[in-house]
Design a protein around this ligand. Structure first.
Ligand SMILES: [Zn+2]
Length: 130
């Protein structure tokens, strides 16, 4: 399949994703190191490449970007190449379900955080309350 997204649109999306990662990283590092918990980030050894893996507690954490994962509140289909985007985001959602199922079956706890929820750091704190 041809990727129709323009270079500038992609780099704008990518920079948004990067800033999200940094923000998450900081919040999570602070909380987890405060609790003395060791974790890994973005390990491709794990199915679906979770954003955070806490192997000792069998927990994987995914941060779902409002755009790429089709958040009901914030996702808007781009004006151009609508078919491409509808298909793309639907596939992402299907994959999310598959990944969630995989970890549930394997007896792991899976936590999904919406990108928009990261704005509220108290909520992140609650998530790590184990
Ligand atoms: Zn959202």
């Amino acid at each position: 399949m041809t990727d129709k997204i323009t270079k500038s649109a992609r780099s704008s999306l990518m920079s948004k994703i990067k800033s999200k990662d940094t923000k998450l990283e900081k919040s999570v590092r602070k909380i987890l190191s405060g609790k003395g918990i060791k974790y890994r980030k973005n390990s491709s050894k794990y199915f679906g490449k979770p954003d955070i893996i806490i192997a000792s507690k069998k927990i994987v954490i995914f941060v779902d970007s409002c755009f790429w994962h089709g958040c009901k509140k914030h996702y808007r289909i781009p004006e151009s190449n609508r078919d491409y985007w509808v298909n793309k985001i639907n596939n992402n959602k299907k994959r999310d379900k598959l990944v969630s199922l995989y970890y549930k079956k394997a007896g792991w706890k899976i936590i999904r955080i919406w990108e928009h929820a990261l704005k509220n750091s108290n909520r992140i704190n609650d998530l790590f309350n184990f």
